[in-house]
Design a binder for this molecule. Sequence first.
Ligand SMILES: Cc1cc2nc3c(=O)[nH]c(=O)nc-3n(C[C@H](O)[C@H](O)[C@H](O)COP(=O)(O)O)c2cc1C
Length: 364
Amino acid sequence: MGSSFGRLFRVTTFGESHGEALGCVVENCPAGMSLTEADIQGDLDRRRPGQSRITTPRDEADRVKILSGTFEEKTIGAPIAMAVYNENAREKDYSDIKEIFRPSHADYTYHARYGHRAWRGGGRSSARATIGIVAAGAVAKKILREKAGVEIVGYVSQIKDLRYEADIDLKEILPLRSVIESNAVRVPDAALAERMTRLIQDTRQAGDSLGGIVECAAVGVPAGWGDPVFDRLDALIAHAMLAIPASKGVEIGSGFSSATMTGSEHNDIFEMQKGRVTTRTNYSGGIQGGISNGMPITLRVAFKPTATISREQDSVNERGENVTLKVKGRHDPCVLPRAVPIVEAMLALVLVDQFLISKTARYE
Ligand SMILES: Cc1cc2nc3c(=O)[nH]c(=O)nc-3n(C[C@H](O)[C@H](O)[C@H](O)COP(=O)(O)O)c2cc1C
């Protein structure tokens, strides 16, 4: 099923929406790093359902348990298994649509591929499967922070057509974390957060859903991480981001806007600053030739409107009949606020792998 990611820092996730537990196994985390559940729980709390009035009301505490790979609160180099047990799974919510394919969800394609599928809550296609990503990402973030001075910050920059326009100076992004995390949307502007919240609530009320954009930056990545050719750093990031459920597009640096610029406008001019090679602009998003150039890595991920909506819709069922469906379950009217820690985690997984791999590139 493609449940593993990474070359050295190898993460395998497991679990389904309404199964017993979800989590991950992390291989090749270096030994001797202090690690407890408290290092992981913070990001899981940012991902968990029921965290605010604009997320799904499914009420899961999502308390993580480290099952292996540590001793006396330090890693021992062995696989780290982490698990979260499901507590608030309601199978009944899904029994009416057990055989009906929700439009734009994964029910039909899983049925086409596997035949037998865990239909409760979307099974493996549920965003609950991202618990393992966020738990592993928290370990990756800790290594990046402690051993490479890299910080990763994500935020919501757009919900439908409400846009956060300010061009954040990335040197200022770390202090913005407290504003981002102080509102339910995770947008770096409290007044805009209010408008976005109202829009999400009104849309939910109308039985509909919304999409938007998450922006994310990694600050402190040195020049020289990433392999060229097929494993270009930008290609790995695109892979990582498109592996998140409901993501529909990725831009690195100037992204699609680069298509409308000239070379003289777009070139990131090099200049020395405090003895370091920097660039005056960062349209490259911190990556050139598939290798980091020492500038912040910047990206944007577009998320579609949640597929499951409470309005009546036409569909087909497993017997090939045209039917109408009305979904009861509990759903996110907009996945964006909860997607922020997932985008950060996927970026951390790519970067920590490249950090470990970078140590193998030279004979020194
Ligand atoms: C944080 C998060 C929460 C999500 N919550 C829901 C949800 O409540 N209902 C739903 O239909 N899809 C939800 N999704 C999206 C589905 O998991 C996704 O659309 C589905 O697996 C099909 O995959 P695709 O959209 O990438 O094609 C969520 C995604 C994320 C990232």
